[in-house]
Design a protein around this ligand. Structure first.
Ligand code: DQA
Length: 144
């Protein structure tokens, strides 16, 4: 079975973007980490990163064909996008929401998420290790 890993806007800059907040690991490191952990559980991963909302929505729709779950860090779209939320509920796959930083210690506009209340689990403030936790949680859910 396969997991769709979705990273939203500006996460392509991981490693160089505000390293005090997001750390030194790059998006390639994150995708490799998720692939490695998924393999431990016999799961495949498809990775998508985009700065464009519609591209993320299309990727979520496509997951309906061949994925069993979605791990998503929607970046700033977390706090703005009803459309991404609707895509996730539309495909009815289990969702793990990840944020590298602890959004709750940051600006008030980051405290609201359009995804959290439809997610199976929400992992914030664990750095990129949050992606590792998300894979493990999804694997447990899929194992029933
Ligand atoms: C983020 C938190 C968001 O508020 C921010 O817009 C991001 C990254 C995180 O991983 O901590 O782009 O999702």
């Amino acid at each position: 079975r396969r997991i769709l890993l979705v990273n939203g806007p500006n996460l392509n800059l991981l490693g160089t973007r505000e390293p005090a907040i997001y750390g030194a690991d790059t998006l390639a490191d994150v995708e490799a980490l998720v692939g490695r952990v998924a393999t431990e559980f016999g799961l495949d991963v498809r990775c998508v990163q985009s700065n464009h909302e519609g591209v993320l929505i299309d990727a979520i729709h496509a997951a309906r064909e061949d994925c069993a779950a979605v791990i998503i860090n929607a970046g700033a779209f977390t706090h703005t996008s009803v459309a991404i939320r609707d895509a996730l509920t539309g495909v009815a796959l289990p969702v793990a929401e990840v944020h590298i930083s602890n959004v709750h210690t940051r600006e008030a506009f980051r405290h609201e998420s359009f995804i959290s209340d439809i997610a199976e689990c929400v992992i914030v403030g664990c750095g990129v290790q949050g992606y590792d936790f998300a894979v493990r949680r999804i694997a447990a859910l899929l194992a029933g």
